[in-house]
Write a protein that binds this ligand. Structure first.
Ligand code: ATP
Length: 440
């Protein structure tokens, strides 16, 4: 119970910190708020960008066998007809006849009991509800002008398979990676940014010779788990959960979820699936294009199989926030500190002149100029220095650089470490090198 309370407390603390320090705001708040839609504030946009950059770096920059893509959000029905989303991308929806709330049948603990009012037998028969957002291109609200907002980024990679193959001169095994917004008309959005109607995904489709797909599936499960661990996700909050036979899509021969221990229990950050040749075959059949690879060594055409690691950027950013949140006891006081990996921290360095006195300003600006080209830095000269340290701890800034009156004589500054709170006196000439050794 104590553990449950602590976990429920953590959720409230993260929501509160996010609002108070400018990570995440309720969208359209001044108009009463638009439910389940969020805006990323000055710190949230940096955290989210760092998560996406870390993914892009490991998936695209550091690999010779994966290339990037940025496909459109709007797409014609033909794409979703072929992918199966028009007929299958549905959730079973039930209504409670007692309290008039709506629920996803597949997420209920007991399919006969309303989770809102607890009434037994009050739920209607399930109706299949398509999660895609539909709109119209151009001025005519007619069915011929219907288009969809993509519910996943993945289809962009499949429909550009031939374009990328020809222009990049890659050959299987190779991948196409994309980061971008996706939209789902979720029936039960909630848990803050965990499930929203507009969110960001980081997806990669890895095209392989059919016989090699089991080994590449194992490879990507390991590789993706390692990405989270390397960025500081604690081992006891991260697990890989293989899907049972009954959970698998009809075309998948293997799917595993990367799960994080959220305050409400284990839940998904990413799905890794062996999708076989389903997607390329569907699009080949519906478009009439040949979506194959010609292997010159064997003189054969074949349809590559696909391994897909599909992660949520917004969800993952929140998981990193939760994993990083700590409360330390320091001198009978509680210190909130985000132990974010420096690569994910919104600010890497904060420049803090000890006082607002004019005498310190030019040197403090000089320090800011030294660091700003290499690292995202904050500059803060208000409040007592102790309070400013705590404000930086609370948003995960790894290093605070203080300019004091001695600096004017010795041309040295105090550098404070977020985690140990140790302070070093470092000469201004050596500051960039000192920080570089620690931040990279
Ligand atoms: P769920 O079962 O939670 O609805 P899913 O299995 O349908 O998710 P995928 O289609 O595999 O999700 O999407 C890949 C990733 O995209 C998910 O692991 C998740 O991180 C993210 N994602 C999916 N839907 C949402 C959403 N509504 N809000 C935020 N992130 C989402």
């Amino acid at each position: 119970m104590a553990e449950n309370d602590a976990q429920a407390g953590l959720f409230d603390k993260i929501v509160n910190l996010s609002k108070r320090r400018g990570f995440v705001f309720q969208s359209a708040e001044i108009y009463g708020g638009f439910r389940s839609t969020y805006d990323y504030g000055p710190l949230g946009v940096l955290l989210l960008r760092n998560v996406k950059d870390a993914w892009w770096r490991s998936m695209v920059q550091l690999r010779h066998d994966i290339v990037g893509l940025d496909a459109s959000v709007l797409s014609p029905p033909a794409v979703w007809e072929a992918s199966g989303h028009l007929s299958n991308f549905t959730d079973p929806l039930v209504d409670c006849t007692n309290c008039h709330t709506r629920h996803r049948l597949d997420k209920l603990d007991d399919p006969d009991v309303c989770p809102s009012c607890g009434t037994s037998g009050s739920l209607t028969e399930a109706r299949e509800f398509n999660l895609m957002f539909r709109t119209h291109a151009g001025p005519m609200l007619e069915s011929a002008a219907e288009v969809y907002l993509r519910p996943e980024t993945a289809q962009g990679m499949f429909i550009n398979f031939a374009n990328v193959l020809q222009t990049s001169r890659k050959r299987p095994p190779f991948g196409i990676a994309q980061i971008g917004k996706s939209f789902r008309n979720e029936i039960t959005p909630g848990n803050f940014v965990f499930r929203t109607r507009e969110f960001e995904q980081m997806e990669m489709e890895f095209f392989v010779p059919p016989a090699e797909s089991p080994q590449w599936y194992d490879y990507w499960c390991k590789e993706r788990m390692e990405w989270y661990r390397d960025l500081g996700m604690p081992a006891d909050k991260l697990r890989l959960r293989p899907h049972g036979e009954d959970e698998l899509s009809h075309y998948s021969t293997g799917t595993s979820d990367v799960e994080f221990l959220f305050p409400w229990g284990w839940d998904e950050l990413e799905g890794i699936a062996n999708r076989g040749d389903y997607d390329l075959k569907q699009h080949a059949e519906h478009s009439g294009e040949r979506l194959e690879y010609f292997d010159q060594a064997t003189n054969e055409h074949y349809v590559p199989h696909v391994i897909e690691p599909a992660a949520g950027a917004t969800r993952t950013a929140m998981a990193f926030l939760m994993a990083a949140y700590h409360e330390d006891e320091v001198n009978d006081d509680t210190r909130v500190v985000l132990r974010l990996d420096p690569r994910l921290a919104p600010y890497k360095v904060a420049v803090l002149p000890l006082s607002k006195k004019d005498a310190l300003t030019p040197t403090a600006h000089e320090i800011f100029d030294i660091v700003k080209g290499r690292w995202m830095a904050d500059y803060d000269e208000t409040q007592a220095i102790g309070k400013r340290y705590r404000r930086q701890d609370e948003v995960g800034t790894p290093y605070c650089v203080t300019v004091d009156f001695d600096t004017l004589d010795d041309r040295a500054v105090t550098v404070r470490d977020r985690d140990t709170m140790d302070q070093d006196r470092v000469s201004i000439d050596r500051l960039e090198e000192y920080l570089g050794e620690r931040l990279g």
